[in-house]
Ligand binder design. Structure first.
Ligand SMILES: Cc1cc2nc3c(=O)[nH]c(=O)nc-3n(C[C@H](O)[C@H](O)[C@H](O)COP(=O)(O)OP(=O)(O)OC[C@H]3O[C@@H](n4cnc5c(N)ncnc54)[C@H](O)[C@@H]3O)c2cc1C
Length: 400
């Protein structure tokens, strides 16, 4: 039986372990931290956002760059200083930002998202996993004419993939999701996409890791990968936590750390970290039942098992988890103003995470060039929870 080593036990590594174990392979997962899901998968926005896949690299982002760079209300912040890696990544991002490329990239990500929805269902039919799964769809709220007008063409385009995404009358939306009542007068429009879902990515990762263990997958924690041994165009073994591990195939699922670790093998992985912020507060009975995205502010709201999770912000500043107090306070203030009755905002758990962004927004799921037994499954960016199961299934097909 083929032996496979997966590097990284985030949601992407653990789902990869599941789909490879299902094929009958002998899988070992090496993880630097003391348990699964402690990286970017720890406290994300919780949204399984199959409908909203449009890449960040597109002409509209470029047009809004002055706003993103200079407005105090901007959801994007750039503090890259002299980080050459950012400028190299930025040039690739610019090259992906034409209309044609953005549409092609969107097409790839939508197809992967739809595959992911089906792949998650496949996992749940075979194993009972409790992760506060919510299948009530997602509402998009628009508080500016500009964001509302921009949405129409996008929604039309996405509906070509069979989404049934539609615009709603504001009264109808508030009746369907009463948590919006407080900001009803500020709403310019609302749309609703029934296929979207949500759930706690961290719980899912931990629970799926347990399922994997029952299937025979071995997890080695506190085992940071530090180096590799090579032999005749193949990776022979990996050194992690002072031990050497040999396998037939190696899979890199290291999220934002993929470029750093793969560099040891001379492989360049075009990923740059994009920091995001989240808060989690105890939810009240008035917390939203349906997932919500505030399209103007680029903030998402999900109720997950008695907690309200609010997430957003795109900050480019390297491998830095620091909380910028002004940015975090604005997120808390936005949430408490938009949905004052939805949670207890005196008990805020704050978190930041680094999204593994590719210049095109399309994840990297492929054989890693130089070595015939090394694969990459990484770079899921803003949608790593949404795309994890589909990416893992695609990887398992590739490994054969
Ligand atoms: C604020 C925020 C909100 C988000 N909201 C959403 C959302 O609503 N929906 C959505 O789909 N996505 C969302 N995302 C994106 C999503 O969380 C990520 O894309 C996803 O978690 C990436 O998973 P991963 O497994 O690739 O990375 P990670 O979860 O970071 O896993 C990589 C693992 O590799 C390990 N590792 C690193 N270096 C080494 C080493 N040398 N040796 C061994 N192990 C190592 C790490 O410890 C980690 O466990 C959000 C992200 C952020 C930051």
């Amino acid at each position: 039986m083929k032996k496979i080593i997966i590097l990284g036990a985030g949601v992407v590594g653990v789902t990869s372990a599941y789909f490879l174990a299902e094929k009958g392979y002998q899988v070992t997962v090496l993880e630097a931290k003391s348990s699964a899901g402690q990286g970017t998968s720890r406290a994300n926005g919780a949204q399984l956002s199959y409908s909203k896949t449009f890449p960040l690299s597109n002409p509209k982002t470029l047009k809004k760059l002055p706003f993103y760079l200079f407005s105090k209300d901007s959801p994007m912040h750039i503090h890259a200083g002299f980080d050459l890696a950012f400028y190299k990544w930025g040039l690739q991002f610019l090259a992906e930002s034409t209309n044609k490329k953005a549409h092609n990239n969107n097409d790839k990500v939508v197809k992967l998202a739809l595959k992911s929805k089906a792949a998650l269902q496949h996992v749940l039919e075979r194993s009972k996993i409790e992760f506060d799964f919510n299948q009530r769809g997602k509402m998009y709220i628009y508080t500016s004419e500009e964001s509302y007008a921009a949405a129409a063409a996008y929604v039309d385009g996405q509906n070509a993939y069979g989404f049934d995404w539609r615009f709603m009358d504001i009264d109808e939306a508030v009746a369907k999701e009463p948590s919006l009542a407080h900001i009803k007068d500020k709403l310019v429009g609302v749309s609703y996409c029934p296929i979207d879902e949500s759930g706690d990515a961290y719980k899912f990762t931990l629970e799926l890791a347990k399922t994997c263990e029952k299937m025979g997958v071995k997890f080695v924690y506190d085992a940071p990968v530090t180096d590799f041994k090579r032999e005749k165009g193949r990776v022979k073994s990996v050194l992690a936590g002072g031990q050497e591990y040999e396998a037939d195939d190696f899979i890199c699922c290291l999220g934002v750390y993929s470029p750093i670790v793969m560099k040891k093998l001379g492989i360049s992985v075009p990923i740059y970290p994009m920091k995001g912020y989240s808060i989690t507060v105890p939810a009240t009975v008035k917390a939203p039942k349906i997932n919500i995205t505030d399209e103007g502010k680029r903030i998402v709201y999900s109720t997950i098992g008695g907690r309200l999770r609010v997430a957003g912000i795109a900050e480019f500043g390297g491998y830095n988890y620091e909380i910028d107090r002004k940015i975090m306070d604005r997120l808390i203030d936005d949430a408490a103003t938009t949905m004052p009755d939805a949670g207890d905002f005196s008990k805020v758990e704050e978190w930041t995470g680094l999204r593994p962004m590719t210049p095109s927004t399309v994840p990297i799921i492929k054989k890693a060039g130089k070595y015939e037994n090394l694969y990459l499954n990484t770079g899921q960016g803003m949608l790593g929870w949404t795309l994890a199961c589909g990416s893992a299934q695609e990887l398992a097909e590739l490994v054969g």
